[in-house]
Design a protein. Structure first.
Length: 139
């Protein structure tokens, strides 16, 4: 089950319309509709927290492990990073789907991949030229 399905199920379980949920979360009804159609996902963890609170659940339960990684990537590195993580998660999920790995093993693998991604991202940053390093320290 993915985010859009969990969101819809929790909303219906709470007997809320899309408009009522949107009002409680302080987003537009169209945003909730887009989330439930799967055409958009929350880009900020804060939004997920507000939705979870309105539905008496947790962000982790709404997003799942992979969704949490995508939101974290969005907040740290923007939409490009979120797309990269989402693609990576999809590929790895497909790779592990046929295996007999436990949920803990899958979570650990996803955490390790996420950490490896951010380490690589940090190493690949362009370094500030020496002539500009001194200017930063003087400020």
């Amino acid at each position: 089950m993915c985010f859009k399905d969990r969101l819809r199920a929790k909303r219906l379980e709470s007997s809320l319309t899309q408009a009522q949920l949107a009002e409680k979360v302080s987003v537009s009804t169209r945003t909730i509709q887009n989330y439930e159609m799967g055409s958009r996902r929350p880009t900020k963890y804060e939004t997920v927290e507000r939705i979870a609170k309105a539905l008496n659940t947790t962000p982790e339960e709404l997003l799942g492990q992979s969704g949490m990684l995508v939101v974290a990537a969005q907040e740290k590195g923007g939409s490009g990073a979120a797309r990269d993580i989402d693609e990576l998660v999809s590929e790895v999920t497909g790779l592990f789907a046929g295996g007999a790995l436990s949920e803990d093993a899958l979570d650990g693998a996803m955490r390790a991949l996420n950490e490896a991604y951010w380490i690589a991202k940090e190493k690949n940053k362009k370094y500030t030229p020496k002539r500009y390093r001194g200017a930063k320290k003087e400020e």
